[in-house]
Design a protein around this ligand. Structure first.
Ligand SMILES: [Zn+2]
Length: 395
């Protein structure tokens, strides 16, 4: 019984799936299932998830010894296509015959990921889309007095009682999302003060740290008694004098994520691209313009190569849009391809000073060599281009 070795240079994330599909059960004596599995893996590694699913489903339905392992490719392909319910079914098919403890842990983590992804329908959290014109008008009013609303993790102060209630609820939802992404689902054991200022002038006057261009910011500082003060400042009204719904969906989760990250990393150096990428990932919805801009940049219009992206500690007007778009694309790619456990491990390695590519390689337990960074870069770029082409096709 000789195992086959599978070499998939462009996709380190597939190494584990490939190894699991080619463990002892699939041998030279079973050419039909192993050839099919090899073809399906090749399709998956080149981004052809639909094709991979078709080939693997055919193999899995067959009688050949070890054919059941193809369920893992079916599941991975469906997972990549965001078909979470049917992906879970395929993972369970694999699990029903798998006896390896390590493989079972991996597959159960994937099932968890599918469950989490499907449990958070966009409409449930993109609250601005659910606000009626009447409610928006109400949220645009500024009262003379300040209202305070509290929850488990937040104390919100705003000069609009409805807004204070809305923010305290959305803040808890956003924090739940951030804890799932960064803290591997652990609870956040702190309290954060959120101040909502009526307009930009008020915000700039009162916010602890208010960069020129921002309508929201966070701060983490020690008071005179040595107590850590966690704070977020937001702006209620936009330049048009109306309620700015972006503060709920975008600014609030974005600044909250920076706050959680600031404490999580402490003095450890976290690449700015990852920090901003995570903050964008925490926002309530995916901004497709970032996906389109990344694709256009990678296809030849002023791309920032991965190596450079990870070294940048600031950006300027010339490259800010591409920097933010690529940072989001890269972080979303890593988050989607890794299990929550692996993603958490990657962050933990970065916290100890590991460069990002080495942290990914360690979290995935794949052998380290100097080509890993290049392969990671190629795999991310291929996926970003695939997404770009997909969005363009829908246009
Ligand atoms: Zn940011």
């Amino acid at each position: 019984m000789a195992n086959r070795y599978v070499i998939l240079p462009a996709a380190p994330f597939l190494v584990l799936v490939a190894a699991m599909c080619f463990s002892a059960a699939v041998t030279d004596s079973e050419p039909s299932s192993s050839e099919g599995i090899q073809q399906a893996l090749a399709a998956l590694s080149s981004g052809q998830a639909e094709r991979a699913e078709r080939i693997a489903a055919k193999v899995a339905a067959g009688e050949a010894e070890g054919a059941w392992r193809a369920w893992l490719i079916v599941a991975s392909a469906r997972h990549r296509l965001d078909r979470y319910a049917s992906a879970q079914k395929a993972y369970r098919q694999f699990l029903s015959l798998c006896r390896s403890p390590a493989e079972r842990v991996y597959v159960m983590e994937q099932i968890d990921r599918c469950r989490l992804a499907s449990a958070e329908p966009a409409g449930a959290v993109v609250v601005s889309e659910q606000l009626s014109p009447r409610r928006r008008a109400k949220l645009s009013t500024v009262d003379n007095r300040r209202f305070t609303e509290s929850s488990e993790h937040f104390v919100v102060r705003a000069r609009n009682s409805d807004l204070a209630r809305l923010i305290v609820k959305q803040a808890e939802i956003a924090l739940g999302r951030i804890c799932r992404i960064i803290l591997s689902g652990q609870d956040y054991p702190h309290s954060v003060s959120i101040y909502v200022w009526s307009n930009v002038a008020e915000y700039r006057k009162h916010a602890v740290s208010a960069p020129e261009w921002s309508g929201g910011s966070f701060s983490l500082r020690q008071d005179d008694n040595g107590q850590i003060i966690r704070r977020i400042d937001l702006t209620q009204l936009g330049g048009d004098g109306l309620f700015d719904a972006a503060m709920l969906d975008r600014v609030l989760p974005h600044e909250m994520c920076h706050l959680v990250l600031a404490e999580f990393f402490g003095d450890a150096p976290c690449p700015l691209a990852l920090n901003e990428g995570l903050a964008m990932l925490a926002e309530a919805r995916v901004d497709n313009s970032r996906v389109l801009l990344t694709g256009a940049a990678l296809a030849g219009g002023g791309k920032i190569p991965l190596r450079k992206l990870l070294r940048m500690d600031r950006c300027d007007a010339d490259n800010a849009a591409v920097f933010y778009a690529e940072s989001f694309s890269l972080t979303a790619y890593l988050h989607k391809r890794m299990t929550p456990g692996q993603f958490g491990e990657m962050l933990a390695h970065i916290k100890t000073g590991c460069p990002l590519d080495e942290a990914v390689q360690r979290a995935l337990y794949v052998p380290g060599n100097e080509t890993f960074g290049k392969r990671l870069s190629a795999a991310w770029e291929a996926e970003a281009l695939r997404q770009w082409q997909f969005l363009q096709a829908l246009d």
